[in-house]
Ligand binder design. Structure first.
Ligand code: PLP
Length: 413
């Protein structure tokens, strides 16, 4: 499979789509391994942004002129692309947000405030990004709701038995990531959704780290809410998506008021909200970015998500083997089902020093808590180094990264 993938993904062609990969950092060729934070954007996405501002920049939905029509068609065209990409039943189930964080806050503030009562329970996992923890903590405090936390074992695998034990008649919502940004663990969300539904609870899945790396089908997974961000999936910053089942979105109140989300406003007769999904898109959205997100999904589709996934898997295995051989290095996150992420600590070397020094050699990795402080703390850590892969990375880059790491470790020890 790996040899097959290596021959099938034309990585040189993939790389030629990303102008930024030609740049140097501190006089060295850039090796970009911070893709879990933000992936790079192909020319097709950059050109789409440029084309919008050069040719048809206009506000959407209410205009009667040609530019407004064109912008509206392109914006709504992306909604249809996202629907198809996620396998959603209807474009009405796709809400544009600023990112995963805003999508989760939307559910917390709209669905949460309308449906939760004191004593209700929300289950989150220990390996969540802060954006899938803090909105629920805020809600729990405001509504006197209890948060329960699914533990993680030493490999970075969720304890499914503990999860099933936690589910009960007070459980209203389960919040879990599809892929952990700090560990790369792929969680069995379809199985977790089934268990949640058996107890009458809903499930919200944070797909920020899954959408760029694997096929996602919200109907096959049978999840109720699914969120992701454009900038981690070869798209622009400032745009993300909330998928929500149609019946749920229909019943949820809007969470922000303003233009775009109403069909009529009157002081005498009250305000009538728009249909979904517009009810949840108050104000002028990130029009150019939404349209460019469509270009990013087209780029992934043209490149081939399965091919990209196989290629990244091959790189992950190569990098894992090489890192394991580094003296004093400990991998953090060794789940059997993993994508893209290599988190590690090194005896006698502070993660931040490694991050700073390896940058001098042209290698971009991330160091710190990766917005997953509770999980790192449970492992007795406050920081790791994290290298994260994308489809444009190469085996040569993996080798050069590990070589650079060894040089840096020799310097700091
Ligand atoms: N969830 C996960 C798993 C993430 O990795 C991130 C970002 O790192 C987020 C949520 C937050 O995404 P955003 O900052 O785009 O809203």
């Amino acid at each position: 499979m790996n040899a097959f993938a290596e021959t099938m993904l034309d990585v040189a062609r993939v790389r030629s789509d990303f102008p930024i990969l030609e740049r140097e950092v501190h006089g060295k060729p850039l090796i970009y391994l911070d893709n879990a934070a933000t992936s790079q954007t192909p020319s097709a996405v950059i050109d789409t942004l440029d084309d919008y501002y050069r040719r048809y920049n206009a506000n959407i939905h209410r205009g009667l002129h040609t530019l407004a029509d064109e912008a509206t068609a392109a914006y709504e065209g992306t909604r249809e692309k996202v629907r198809a990409w996620l396998g959603a039943a209807s474009h009405r189930e796709i809400v544009f947000t600023r990112g995963t964080t805003e999508a989760i806050n939307l559910v917390a503030n709209s669905w949460g405030r309308a449906n939760l009562r004191p004593g209700d329970e929300i289950i989150v996992s220990l390996m969540e990004h802060h954006s899938n923890i803090v909105p629920w903590q805020m809600l729990a405090e405001a509504l006197d709701v209890t948060l329960k936390v699914i533990p993680v074992d030493e490999r970075g695998v969720l304890d499914q038995a503990a999860y099933r034990d936690m589910l009960g008649e007070r459980t209203r919502l389960v919040c879990v990531n599809h892929v952990s940004n700090a560990l790369g663990t792929v969680n069995p969300v379809a199985e977790m959704a089934r268990a949640a539904h058996e107890h009458g609870a809903l499930i919200l899945v944070d797909g920020a780290q899954a959408v760029p790396h694997q096929r996602v089908d919200v109907q096959a997974l049978d999840v109720d809410f699914y969120a992701f961000s454009g900038h981690k999936a070869y798209g622009p910053t400032g745009v993300g998506v909330l998928y929500g089942r149609e019946a749920l979105l229909e019943a949820m109140p809007p969470w922000q008021g303003g233009g775009e989300m109403i069909s009529r406003v009157s002081f005498e007769k009250g305000t009538v909200y728009s249909e979904i999904p517009h009810k949840f898109e108050a104000g002028t959205p990130a029009i150019a970015e939404v349209i460019a997100l469509g270009a990013a999904l087209d780029w992934i589709a043209d490149t081939g998500i399965d091919l990209m996934a196989a290629w990244e898997h091959h790189l992950l295995e190569r990098a894992t083997d090489k890192l394991k051989a580094v003296d004093g290095l400990r991998m953090i996150g060794t789940a059997p089902d993993k994508v893209s992420v290599l988190s590690f600590v090194v005896d006698g070397a502070h993660s931040q020093d490694i991050g700073l020094l390896i940058d001098q050699l042209g290698v971009a990795i991330r160091t710190g808590h990766h917005c997953a402080q509770p999980m790192l703390a449970s492992m007795g850590l406050d920081a790791t180094c994290r290298a994260s892969l994308a489809a444009y990375n190469t085996p040569e880059e993996v080798d050069a990264f590990v070589e650079a790491l060894q040089k840096v470790i020799a310097m700091v020890r």
